[in-house]
Design a binder for this molecule. Structure first.
Ligand code: AMP
Length: 509
């Protein structure tokens, strides 16, 4: 091999962010911080406290809380086995019997959660190990020894040797889990919580859709289901969007009825019957949903299904009296708060525990992925997760899309320049420059202090490139005379200031 070829081979691999994930960089991150700060401020004025749940949880929590037959749970979760610490990481051939014995014990004590399948899988792996062990004793004479060892590896790999956990695809289930775990029903009700942070779904990436994306969300748990609660939550959202400067927001609302009073069940039955009649005209996805989740057919964006959907029965015409009253009162409460809404009878949430109020907000500049926020009432969820019957309502804002829309409407921040660049030369000036930087930074100015001495010409060029407003020039002369030079970079004017006058002068400029 030639030397050149060796060098090429040794070149280290260049890494890239994984598909669907991305780095958020300055100056864009300044916009993210501003949006998040606005959320902290606005939500606090409505009496919400921040919760920071973990980023991964038991897979089972999401399977129940989001719904096992949703795309999110069935296809899009990042799931892995968090292996029990009580097991050797790499059992050697000599310790296989002991290892399987230990797995059995952990299965039995419940330290590794199991179901029937796990028991069966363990039995298969153990039996396979016995086979391989017999082969080893006989000196591996059998022709099929390789295959048997390969099978052992496969069965062993398929064994679940710990807890199955997933990166969170959303945070509502976590918040409800935390409400139950920390007995928050003992607190004054309702409990109002908000969160922000990354969520993970293995979706097909496109503009406005990522595999790691960020949500800002809030939940109200406990207390009554008074329509004013729904309306105030939406009012808070709209106030937040307004304070962010989001343009072209449109709020759509709907009521999807009530599982307990059966108005939703009756409606779904009616919808299903009608869908069966037009089944042949629907696409494959909608055909499947007639069985799995008929409400979701209303979500369809397929062009040719639109005229058919327009003829379907509407839930608003099928609400029971209680739900009708609740919905009318929510609308009234919104009007009282000056919140403008549009009714969209096709706005549904596919999961059983969602009920009554649902809403969505779209914004401009986002193309097909124009929903910046979705939310709704979910009175059954806490109970479904093992807690007491608890009312609940919440929303999740897609922060990536919110930022994208702000950028599209020209709200992106420009790179933040420094306030002061300290151009220093000479050992005497070094100590003075360090002192000046400390004083300025303490007063809140952003300061660039070059780590090594530079000629003044080069330093001023650098100050320009960094977008600095002022250059503080400190050479031997300045230090000896105590008269420092402060230069305004935009117009090149200079003035002399003493150390005592520096802050005062800058604050007045
Ligand atoms: P959901 O939790 O599905 O109701 O989504 C709430 C909001 O999160 C949506 O309205 C979107 O703004 C945002 N969102 C959901 N999935 C993604 C994704 N893969 N990438 C970016 N934003 C998303």
């Amino acid at each position: 091999m030639s030397e050149g070829a060796v060098k090429k081979e040794e070149k280290p691999r260049k890494f890239q962010a994984i598909r669907g994930t991305r780095d958020l960089l300055p100056p864009e991150t300044a916009l993210w911080s501003r949006v998040e700060q606005t959320a902290h401020e606005v939500f606090a004025t409505f009496g919400y406290g921040e919760i920071r749940p973990p980023i991964f949880e038991a897979t089972e929590l999401f399977a129940r809380g989001v719904g096992g037959d949703t795309d999110i749970v069935s296809k899009e979760m990042y799931t892995f086995v968090d292996r029990s610490e009580k097991l050797e990481p790499d059992p050697s051939i000599g310790s296989m019997n002991v290892f399987f014995q230990k797995v059995r014990e952990l299965f039995k004590s419940g330290e590794i959660p199991t179901d029937e399948q796990d028991e069966a899988a363990l039995k298969i792996a153990e039996d396979q190990w016995k086979k391989v062990d017999d082969l080893l004793e006989g000196g591996l004479k059998s022709e099929s020894a390789g295959t048997e060892i390969y099978k052992l590896v496969l069965f062993y790999d398929a064994l679940r040797l710990g807890t199955r956990v997933s990166l969170r695809p959303e945070a509502t289930a976590s918040v409800c889990r935390a409400y139950i775990e920390h007995n928050m029903q003992q607190l004054p009700q309702p409990v109002k919580l908000y969160y922000m942070g990354p969520m993970f779904r293995r979706e097909r990436p496109q503009k406005g859709r990522y595999r790691q994306f960020y949500q800002i969300g809030a939940e109200i748990l406990g207390g009554p289901d008074a329509p004013a609660i729904d309306a105030e939550l939406i009012e808070m959202l709209m106030t937040f969007f307004d304070k962010c400067g989001l343009q072209g927001t449109e709020l759509s609302i709907n009521s999807i009825g009530h599982a307990a009073d059966n108005c939703r069940r009756d409606y779904v039955a009616k919808l299903k019957a009608k869908l069966e009649k037009v089944k042949d005209k629907l696409g494959a996805d909608s055909q499947r949903r007639i069985e799995t989740n008929p409400l979701r057919v209303l979500d369809s964006k397929l062009e040719h299904e639109q005229p058919i959907i327009a003829t379907l029965p509407r839930i608003a015409d099928n609400l029971c009296d209680d739900c009708k009253t609740h919905y009318a009162a929510v609308k009234h409460e919104l009007e009282l708060r000056g919140v403008i809404y549009r009714e969209n009878w096709r706005l549904v949430r596919g999961l059983d525990y969602y009920m009554r109020t649902t809403f969505e907000i779209t914004a401009q500049g986002l193309g097909s992925q124009n929903a910046v926020c979705g939310g709704g009432r979910y009175d059954g969820l806490v109970e479904l997760l093992g807690g007491p019957p608890t009312k609940g309502i919440g929303f999740a804002i897609g922060e990536d899309r919110l930022i994208l829309s702000l950028q599209e409407s020209g709200k992106a921040p420009v790179a933040q320049g420094r306030d002061v660049y300290i151009a220093w030369m000479g050992e005497n000036a070094r100590a003075t420059a360090v002192r000046a930087a400390k004083t300025l930074r303490n007063a809140g100015f952003s300061v660039e202090l070059p780590p090594v001495e530079q000629k003044f010409g080069k330093a001023l060029g650098q100050a320009d490139k960094l977008g600095a407003k002022y250059a503080l020039i400190l050479g031997d002369n300045e230090v000896t005379s105590g008269e420092w030079t402060l230069k305004t970079l935009a117009d090149g004017t200079q003035r002399k200031v003493s150390e005592q006058q520096l802050l005062d002068s800058l604050q007045k400029m």
